[in-house]
Design a protein around this ligand. Structure first.
Ligand code: ZN
Length: 254
């Protein structure tokens, strides 16, 4: 489950959020001015030279437990298990990994707790760590139980977000079934809109599909997903063009 926040002027009414966006814009400007790690298509891959930071965000937390499967799988807990596995693989590859939460609880401890405050704090954590990549991990759910497969979402207009999402989608699809042929898709989400760095939502599979829920509960399937996401992140950090000819749009714009 994801928090779909409709784009518009509502952000201006929230002073704190406006501040975050302003800071984000300033930092984005600086980032581009500096050339941005991995953004120069002619530059050498920098992985291994300077350790990069990847923020992994296990979706949900606390009383907000996300989707639930018929077998009792709680999305909040599954997201964390998979995020930790991704973190282990990226750490082994020399990447700095920051998790937005390492237990079941939320990050935002103020009162009242709101989704907006929670997500703002998670995105802010990534900015503080000057993360190169932000990956949110979620489990999908739909009223019909027929749908299955992992899917990635990136912010409309973000070429780097798209490149990241395409790598993640391709590397997951390489390792687990994707019968519905799910593709990386542009969709407007709060975290990817306000994040200072390329941010992607990953739906690792459908808890509403009993067969897929069963798979998602196995360590073998979790390992495959984690390996795919980690591999996709590493390809992105190495500056590799989007797979499936998806780099065409990136090359066409400056
Ligand atoms: Zn979710």
């Amino acid at each position: 489950m994801r928090f779909l926040v409709v784009a518009g002027g509502t952000g201006r009414r929230v002073f704190a959020l406006a501040g975050i966006i302003l800071v984000g814009l300033v930092l984005t400007g600086w980032y581009h001015f500096k050339g941005g790690e991995g953004k120069d298509p002619n530059g050498p891959p920098t992985v291994g030279q300077t350790a990069k930071t990847v923020v992994l965000d296990p979706g949900h937390g606390g009383d907000d437990s996300g989707a639930k499967g018929r077998l009792g799988t709680v999305e909040r807990d599954l997201n964390l298990v998979v995020a930790e596995k991704i973190g282990q693989k990226l750490t082994a590859a020399g990447v700095n990994v920051v998790l937005t939460r390492t237990g079941p609880e939320n990050l935002f401890t103020g009162s009242p707790w709101t989704q907006r405050a929670e997500l703002s704090q998670r995105v802010e954590l990534a900015r503080k760590h000057q993360a190169a990549v932000y990956v949110a991990i979620h489990g999908n759910s739909f009223p019909s139980s027929r749908w299955s497969g992992p899917q990635t979402f990136y912010q409309p207009g973000s070429q780097e977000g798209r490149r990241l999402a395409l790598h993640l989608q391709a590397e997951m699809t390489r390792r687990v079934e994707n019968k519905d042929n799910r593709q990386a898709r542009a969709e407007d989400y709060f975290i990817s809109r306000v994040s200072h760095c390329p941010a992607v939502m990953v739906e690792i599979g459908f808890l509403s599909n009993p067969g897929e829920e069963k798979l998602l509960r196995t360590e073998a399937h979790q390992d495959k997903l984690a390996a795919g996401i980690a591999a996709g992140v590493l390809r992105f950090l190495a500056g590799q063009p989007a797979p499936n000819g998806g780099d065409r749009k990136v090359a066409g714009k400056s």
